[in-house]
Design a protein around this ligand. Structure first.
Ligand code: GTP
Length: 208
């Protein structure tokens, strides 16, 4: 059985934000703070330990008591490279942790009970548990056994295939459906300035 205390939460935020026009979209303003603060706040409510995977040294990532680490592979190879960096970082810095839960740095509305539901659905400690909603899977939102770290490194070294689901499908995995309780998909991610306008309105509507 997976113990909740052995799960480390990681915000995957190492992308290039090209559709946003470059920079770090997770540091853009959402409500009174940044998208990153909203994402991190949600994740911190779900796990005991969190860290941020970013390839930037922008001061906006300096959040008290939260460590940042970058990809081990150069050249912005995508979220699977972020997952590898996360597994390596967790294995080194939290040797007793068995699992990682990842969330995307551009998705501030993921479900409050996400980690708990992924954990409850896990049939054992070796299966990857991926969130889905509305018929789409969201492989950046998943529960990962840290024991797959060497396998992922080998996969990337040998195949160079960067598609997260391609690697997931070569291992035992299940999906957990998060049906829409609100009128919008909780895994809505902010890619463009138009998305940010929509997200800011939704975020403000949610505030008490
Ligand atoms: N660590 C890491 N994360 C990445 C990388 N590329 C994308 N991501 C993250 O993966 C998630 C989904 O990324 P996308 O929105 O598809 O990519 P993006 O680079 O952020 O944005 P675009 O350049 O507009 O596609 C986001 O949380 C990104 O920060 C990468 O090379 N390394």
């Amino acid at each position: 059985m997976i113990e909740h205390k052995n799960i480390i939460g990681i915000v995957i935020a190492g992308g290039q934000s090209t559709r946003m026009g470059g920079g770090d979209k997770t540091l853009m303003k959402l409500g009174e703070n940044t998208i990153l603060h909203a994402v991190l706040g949600k994740l911190q409510a779900q796990v005991n330990e969190t860290a941020i995977n970013t390839n930037s040294d922008d001061a906006g990532f300096n959040i008290k008591s939260v460590v940042c680490f970058s990809d081990t592979l150069a050249g912005f190879q995508g979220p699977l490279a972020g997952l590898l960096a996360s597994m390596l970082w967790v294995r080194k810095n939290h040797p007793s942790a068995t699992h990682i839960v990842t969330v995307a740095g551009d998705s501030p509305f993921f479900p409050d009970d996400m980690t708990m539901k992924l954990l409850e659905a896990a049939p054992d400690g070796k299966t990857i548990v991926v969130a889905e909603s509305g018929g789409f899977n969201h492989p950046v939102f998943a529960l990962w056994p840290v024991s797959l770290c060497d396998d992922l490194q080998k996969w990337l070294d040998e195949t160079g295939i960067l598609k997260v689901m391609a690697w997931v499908r070569s291992h035992p995995h299940i999906f957990v459906d998060f049906s829409f309780e609100k009128e919008f998909d909780p895994f809505f991610n902010i890619n463009t300035p138009e998305d940010l306008t929509i997200a800011d309105r939704l975020y403000r509507e949610q505030q008490p």
